[in-house]
Design a protein around this ligand. Structure first.
Ligand SMILES: [Zn+2]
Length: 95
């Protein structure tokens, strides 16, 4: 197997695993890479057909959704840092 074929196989597997469908919709026995939720055979479909299928399914599904969660986490950690910082300021004032 050439390097390109190996990489293609790995990337198809990653795409199958992480394209957003729940794991109970994925069928991966005997080297198969199928999703019963979006009816895609990730092992056999051409890249062009896959692109078309994803578009048919609705692009919003493939947008990076965890952004909202990441923002919340970021704000929380910033708040935490801010609280820590103000606490240190108060200590300095009392001295
Ligand atoms: Zn799917």
């Amino acid at each position: 197997m050439s390097k390109l074929e190996t990489e293609n196989k790995i990337l198809r597997r990653l795409l199958w695993l992480r394209h957003g469908c729940p794991s109970n919709a994925l069928y991966g026995d005997d080297g198969e890479l199928q999703c019963h939720n979006c009816i895609i055979d990730f092992k056999r479909i051409s890249a062009r057909a896959l692109d078309k299928r994803f578009f048919e399914l609705g692009m919003e599904k493939y947008e990076i959704r965890p952004k909202k969660k990441q923002r919340k986490k970021g704000r929380e950690s910033r708040r935490f840092r801010f609280i820590d910082f103000s606490f240190l300021k108060k200590i300095r004032r009392t001295k």
